[in-house]
Design a binder for this molecule. Structure first.
Ligand SMILES: Nc1ncnc2c1ncn2[C@@H]1O[C@H](COP(=O)(O)OP(=O)(O)O)[C@@H](O)[C@H]1O
Ligand SMILES: O=C(CO)[C@@H](O)[C@H](O)COP(=O)(O)O
Length: 580
């Protein structure tokens, strides 16, 4: 590869880390990856897994200054690795969905006049004065239940809101987060000139002006009409009053388009080319779909959250009117970032990686457990899972350390085992649940919940899943790959680390930048797929695990029992939360 070959830079500002992937223009090969882990690389912010809990019940935020410093640090790491940033012709990326950043009235002039002698995160440079709130509410926030009910009431209920926006009201969605800020901190709201999503915050820094919000990530706000991809006045009014439209900026834009060229601060401080284009960033889940989706596949993303993603392509014919995809009160429908008229169906769970880590720490703590995620940290956990049979001898556990999204708001742990005659399941206290069964129990219950609901998001008449593609941190774990293949009776594919990157969202962001560059700089008119076909990119997937027929049969029998136990866990939770 000539060292002058043009590069695309993709970021993913996710929950626990900022990640970056650099790919070549012609073959889309990954030339470099970098990351900044907030807790360990920027400990002065005191985050736990990238977030700060409280002070109010359910409040979860991340410091905006920490994200600025993370950008400084990741660029330093990329430069130190010997990458010549002048080669970067396009920047794109992704952000954790729903999180919001509140810009002050001074922000536009501060952004436009950044000082090349100062780091982005240097105190007094942008922060605190460019922001009307120092902390950004993130997707783990669950403090807005009242605002959710108010929003649904304003439009005629949860299904009506889902029909309009693709989702019922959810605590983490940006519209209700805005409504809460307007209610509890009206002066900060009044001083806010613009509101960005995490995904539009980062390109705003690169452009040195506030970027528009992208349609796929706008689908996670409860503010956009999912069929027209335009802001919906009734929703804007309900969440943020008449002033919200101006704070959101222009109508949402399609991904894979060029927003403009990189700002002069980046050219002067970091040596980027002034011709480098900036593409809209999207949500981390839509970016993962862009990176990994092929017809007939579903994607299971095992990051901090767990998501199941299904790409619904645009109708083949624009002549015959298409039936709008299903909208439900348990799943989400998002606009596709790069295929106008296409959608993404999604299930999302809050208790993913962090809940599994908690079980590992309590019940599978290796004496050598100071290893890394990729090294020995999961060794004991995996041994225990291998030492227990599919179905876990009937022991079923539910682990919701944080208020869950599916089922809504359930919190706590709930355990079940077959009763004495093995004819039904009995709820049992933790002490009656052998510790050895917990590691498999958390994997099985997290996956059975998805199995129970996956039919809800399949388009009518769609064939059954061809294969599941795994993404996110836990996708590299071979034991987890096998349980996934068995539960869903489908081949589990993973990204081949020799040819691709595990950082699918950052990679998807780089691909969207490549698509924007191809259309805007090269003047091409084709689809994203046309662009991919021209690159001659070879598959980055490899088989992770094939289902075991006997194990798959066990899970087919178990899914109904899982559903019954889940209903009982909800009843126990509701009983206990009413008592307290
Ligand atoms: N080998 C592994 N086995 C199980 N889980 C893993 C493994 N490696 C990483 N993880 C999990 O991946 C999580 C991080 O996933 P990642 O997709 O990077 O998160 P995010 O994008 O939300 O910041 C960690 O919290 C860890 O629990
Ligand atoms: O809330 C959602 C999706 O609706 C989450 O999936 C966030 O987008 C966070 O993603 P990760 O950091 O877990 O990848």
């Amino acid at each position: 590869m000539p060292s002058s070959e043009a590069l695309f830079l993709g970021f993913d500002l996710s929950t626990q880390q900022l990640k970056a992937v650099l790919i070549t223009a012609r073959s889309l090969s990954v030339v470099h990856e970098a990351s900044v882990h907030y807790d360990t690389d920027l400990p002065s912010y005191g985050t736990s897994n990238g977030a700060i809990l409280g002070p109010d019940e359910g409040r979860v935020t991340s410091p905006v200054s920490m994200w600025l410093e993370a950008l400084d640090l990741i660029l330093e790491r990329i430069r130190t690795a010997g990458i010549d940033l002048r080669r970067v012709v396009g920047i794109g990326g992704a952000g954790q969905q729903h999180g919001s950043v509140y810009w002050s009235v001074d922000a536009p002039s501060l952004l436009a006049s950044l000082d090349p002698s100062k780091a982005l995160g240097a105190p007094g440079h942008l922060a605190p004065q460019a922001f009307s709130l120092p902390d950004a509410p993130i997707w783990q926030d669950s403090s807005t239940t009242v605002e959710c009910r108010e929003l649904e009431d304003a439009v005629g209920g949860s299904q009506a809101l889902s029909d309009l926006t693709g989702s019922r009201a959810y605590e983490r969605f940006t519209g209700v987060q805005i409504a809460r800020i307007r209610k509890v901190n009206p002066s900060a709201y009044a001083q806010t000139s613009r509101i960005s999503l995490v995904s539009s915050f980062v390109p705003s820094l690169f452009l040195q002006r506030i970027a528009p919000i992208e349609i796929s990530d706008a689908s996670g706000m409860s503010l956009m009409n999912i069929l027209t991809s335009s802001w919906e006045d009734a929703l804007l009014e309900a969440c943020g009053g008449p002033e919200l439209r101006a704070k959101l900026g222009p109508e949402p834009v399609l991904g894979g388009s060029a927003l403009g060229k990189i700002g002069t601060w980046w050219v002067q401080r970091w040596g980027f080319s002034p011709e480098c284009i900036i593409a809209p960033f999207t949500g981390d889940n839509p970016a993962t779909v862009v990176a990994l989706s092929a017809p007939g596949d579903a994607i299971l993303s095992l990051g901090t959250s767990t998501t199941l993603l299904l790409s619904i392509p645009p109708p083949l014919s624009t002549v015959s009117p298409s039936t709008p995809p299903k909208r439900t009160t348990t799943s989400h429908l998002l606009a596709h970032p790069a295929a106008p008229g296409g959608y993404i169906a999604m299930l999302c769970y809050k208790n993913g990686a962090l809940a599994r880590e908690r079980v590992r720490a309590r019940y599978a703590n290796d004496t050598n457990d100071n290893g890394t995620d990729a090294g020995t940290k999961w060794t004991r956990f995996n041994e225990i899972v291998r030492g227990t049979p599919p179905g876990n001898n009937g022991y079923l556990g539910f682990y919701f350390p944080q208020p869950e999204i599916i089922p809504p708001n359930i919190t706590g742990e709930f355990f079940f085992k077959p009763d004495a005659g093995a004819t039904s399941m009995a709820a049992v206290p933790e002490v009656a649940f052998p510790p050895f069964f917990h590691p498999r129990a958390i994997l099985e219950s997290q996956l059975l919940s998805i199995k129970l609901r996956v039919a809800d998001i399949m388009p009518p008449g769609a064939p059954s899943l061809r294969r599941l593609v795994l993404a996110g941190g836990a996708s590299s774990n071979a034991v987890i790959q096998q349980v996934v293949a068995d539960v869903f009776r489908t081949s589990a594919y993973i990204v081949d680390r020799n040819t691709g990157t595990q950082e699918a969202a950052a990679f998807g962001g780089a691909l969207l930048a490549r698509y924007a560059w191809w259309r805007n700089t090269k003047g091409e008119r084709g689809t994203f797929e046309d662009m991919m076909a021209e690159t001659g990119e070879t598959s980055q997937m490899k088989l992770g695990a094939e289902p075991d027929a006997e194990a798959a049969r066990v899970y087919e029998d178990l899914v109904g029992i899982y559903g019954t136990c889940e209903r009982r866990a909800i009843a126990i939770y509701q009983g206990s939360s009413h008592d307290s």
